[in-house]
Design a protein around this ligand. Structure first.
Ligand code: RB5
Length: 147
């Protein structure tokens, strides 16, 4: 069965979210897009919460969040227990966030990366497995910070 991704953005991330969703679908993921679906100004923490909670509850394998810089989304998503959100501006960061940090939410900034790099970051994130081993111990220490 296809793995599920839940995606959202704010008004400043609409265009890149659309491209990122297509990139994930092209890699066989089932993407649930939570919007928004108009250009009206919205508050990114509300969308970060929706996506973060879905991921934390195990209802989606990964989350994908886009705002203007990706910063607000990553700050907000990382407040949700169980979320390890990574703001990535390169394919290298995307690979490392999966391999070493077992990131489960990818954050992108539409005002920072264009569609070409943005979708390459999505592909790199989705393709990279978590390495485990010593990194699992460190991720467990991150989880312990939530208690
Ligand atoms: C919206 O103008 C902008 O602040 C938001 O998209 C994001 O960049 C916040 O971190």
């Amino acid at each position: 069965m296809a793995e599920r991704i839940v995606a959202a953005s704010d008004h400043a991330g609409l265009a890149l979210r659309a491209e990122a969703v297509k990139a994930a679908q092209a890699r066989g993921f089932l993407v649930e897009d939570l919007g928004p679906f108009s250009a009206e100004s919205v508050d990114y923490p509300e969308f970060a919460r929706l996506v973060g909670e879905r991921v934390a509850r195990g209802e989606a394998r990964f989350g994908l969040l886009v705002c203007g810089t990706g910063i607000g989304m990553s700050i907000a998503a990382n407040k949700v227990p169980g979320v390890r959100a990574a703001l990535c501006t390169s394919e290298f960061e995307a690979r490392m966030s999966r391999a070493h940090n077992d990131a489960n939410v990818l954050c992108l900034g539409q005002r920072v990366v264009g569609a070409g790099l943005g979708t390459a970051i999505v592909a790199a994130f989705l393709a990279e497995p978590f390495e485990g081993g010593r990194h699992a111990r460190r991720v467990d220490l991150i989880k312990a910070l939530e208690k």
